[in-house]
Ligand binder design. Structure first.
Ligand SMILES: Cc1ncc(COP(=O)(O)O)c(C=O)c1O
Length: 482
């Protein structure tokens, strides 16, 4: 292992270098080859991963691209970070590369220590346990929903074991064993693509269509006006309108609510957030109705907003009941209060229950975040980018509006989907990979190592591309508020 990694001399890049259009000829060849076997229409380009470094992705055609999308917000330290490369060459990693444990049966001796020193070290305040799932965000949310249902039924049963009638009826998918219970979610939210998660997801209809869904309640999520400080009164009224709807649904929905799930920033749905007041009230409503309050930090967790967990901005008196994670964390799962651990074993379970290799990776990531003070860097660089985007928005209000977000977890709206998609394409041709979300939104999700020089390149390239886009877009319809 040592030799393999020491042979990989990772190059350093200071700026984008473009040789071909993107995707270039080699990426297009690979697209053709892969398309014989799988869907390829979502792919932007193929990567030469070994040549990529830091914030720069190198593609199959040798183009060097500043990556501020970071594999859909899942790349914490950029490419081939030296601390990870060094750790991965150590003999301790090898056994976990060579086999994967069924952690619920025969975990390695290192596992309790890793849980404590890696995951619990970054645990949200007030959550004393953690459960690891299959690796994706959907598996985290799906299992958090189960924990909420199990907790709710255990309370209704006053802690006694499931009855024979319940155990028999659940085999027929019937009550009382399969009870009528729901998870309340919000319009424009995204919680994943497994069956339960899809029923809570309320954005991107193409992911939901044709799939049977639980008839769970959905509430409007506040449509805030920007800039926030100029619209405090109307934003508060809008938040109160949505909160009233939450309370009405809890009272009147035919399927009793066992949990509320909310993202700190509705990311896939277009980067929409409410003010801390809204989330504080949600927490209060959940508590007073005996409902689990689940915060989905799959996309916002692990530092991108400038706090390790975005819900830290809310300053809740009572912590969430569960916080789900995946993406930048490399391992997925959820933190929970001990009362959400089911009384019986096997109730939240799968074959692997996590991955020690990814845990070792997270251990290094957490060390680097701490040692290099990356959360401060994210806040500082993010503030600069946000100020620059606001300036661009003032100068070209017909192209860039509603600049929002915290840390480097930033977004802005464009006049329509076509212009947004064109901007993404043109930026890529100039060597900057950004992301889209919602209907008309551009989102930034750089790795936590994103630095001032990267920020300068991002803003310069954006201004250059917007100058040329102006001609296409100035005649089009005016910007929507969202
Ligand atoms: C907030 C949120 N929750 C859940 C998910 C689902 O995660 P995954 O795609 O890893 O299953 C996503 C994915 O984008 C997400 O953004």
């Amino acid at each position: 292992m040592k030799r393999v990694f020491s042979k990989l001399a990772f190059p350093r890049y200071e700026k984008p270098a473009i040789r071909t259009e993107i995707p270039g000829p080699r990426s297009r060849e690979l697209l053709k080859e892969m398309d014989m076997l799988q869907e390829t229409r979502t792919i932007n380009f193929f990567m030469d991963t070994a040549k990529s470094q830091g914030t720069y992705a190198v593609d199959a055609d040798g183009n060097v691209i500043l990556d501020v999308f970071g594999h859909i917000a899942s790349l914490p330290l950029g490419y081939n970070h030296p601390a990870l490369a060094e750790a991965a060459s150590k003999p301790e990693w090898l056994p976990f590369l060579l086999q994967r444990h069924a952690l619920g049966v025969q975990p390695p001796v290192e596992w309790p220590k890793e849980l404590r020193e890696t995951l619990m070290r970054v645990a949200p305040k007030g959550l004393s346990e953690v459960l690891t799932t299959c690796g994706c965000g959907s598996s985290a949310n799906e299992n958090a929903f189960k924990a909420a249902f199990i907790w709710k039924r255990a309370r209704e049963r006053h802690g006694s074991e499931p009855t024979t009638k319940e155990l028999m009826s659940c085999m027929q998918n019937e009550a009382p064993g399969s009870p009528q219970k729901s998870i309340l979610s919000f319009e424009r939210s995204f919680h994943g693509r497994t069956m339960g998660c899809l029923s809570a997801t309320r954005s991107k209809p193409i992911h939901k269509v044709d799939i049977p869904a639980f008839p769970w309640p959905v509430c409007p999520f506040p449509h805030l006006s920007y800039p926030l400080h100029e619209h405090e009164r109307e934003n508060r009224e809008e938040e109160d309108r949505c909160l009233t709807r939450v309370e009405d649904l809890i009272r009147a929905h035919p399927i009793p609510v066992a949990g509320i799930i909310v993202e700190p920033i509705l990311a896939e749905g277009g980067d929409h957030a409410a003010t801390p007041y809204f989330y504080q009230q949600l927490r209060r409503i959940a508590t007073s109705n005996g409902i689990a309050f689940i915060v989905d930090e799959v996309q916002t967790g692990c530092g991108g907003t400038g706090k390790f967990w975005a819900h830290e901005y809310w300053q809740l008196d009572t912590p969430p009941d569960m916080v789900t994670f995946a993406k930048k964390m490399q391992v997925s799962g959820f933190f929970l209060k001990s009362e959400f651990r089911p009384a019986q074993a096997y109730r939240i379970y799968n074959t692997w229950m996590g991955d020690p290799l990814r845990m070792l990776q997270l251990h290094v990531i957490a060390n680097v975040i701490e040692k290099e003070n990356l959360l401060t860097r994210v806040s500082d660089t993010g503030n600069f980018v946000k100020m620059e985007l606001e300036r661009i928005s003032r100068e070209t209000p017909f192209l860039v509006a509603n600049v929002r977000g915290s840390g480097t977890f930033l977004a802005f709206d464009m006049p329509n989907a076509a212009t947004r998609d064109q901007l993404l394409f043109e930026m890529r041709q100039k060597g900057v990979q950004m992301g889209g979300c919602g209907e008309v939104t551009i989102r930034l999700r750089p790795p936590l190592i994103f630095k001032q020089q990267d920020a300068n390149i991002l803003i310069e390239t954006l201004e250059l591309v917007l100058k040329n886009l102006k001609a296409h877009s100035s005649q089009k319809e005016s910007l929507p508020i969202h």
